[in-house]
Design a protein around this ligand. Sequence first.
Ligand code: ATP
Ligand code: MG
Length: 140
Amino acid sequence: MERTLAIIKPDAVAAGVVGKILSRVEAAGFTIRALKLVHLSKRQAEGFYQVHRERPFFQDLTTFMSSGPAVPLLLERENAIAAWRELMGATNPAQAAEGTLRKEFATDIEKNAVHGSDSPATAAYEIAFFFSALDVCPRD
Ligand code: ATP
Ligand code: MG
């Protein structure tokens, strides 16, 4: 079993599609181990996206991510990191495959509805960023 950190981003929460996205999470065989609704401050969003601090879109991205509540999720599944990224689709929804979450719910390359960790090391950092041990439900 592998764990990944997913986020339903502020654009998708504002659009009222949290329930639809959670249905897709469950239908794809992920187990939700932790979940919350959180409105990040700008500084917190900058901390979360530290790896992108030199990228030209860093300011816009962190302003967007702190524009409203978001839903971080700790997901567990076999091959969870790659499987979640496949379900999300390409970063730019114009390039996202049919049937992916970004194809269906994203607006543009910035407001792209969902986030997913990109490696085991990133997943560990991102999970710990949002969830403490007490927030995580153990397996049955
Ligand atoms: P995420 O990390 O959110 O799962 P990703 O791994 O597909 O997405 P990254 O390259 O890590 O893409 O970029 C992080 C986020 O920064 C993207 O999801 C998007 O919201 C934003 N972003 C990426 N590229 C651009 C760009 N060229 N212009 C504006 N925003 C961008
Ligand atoms: Mg990424």
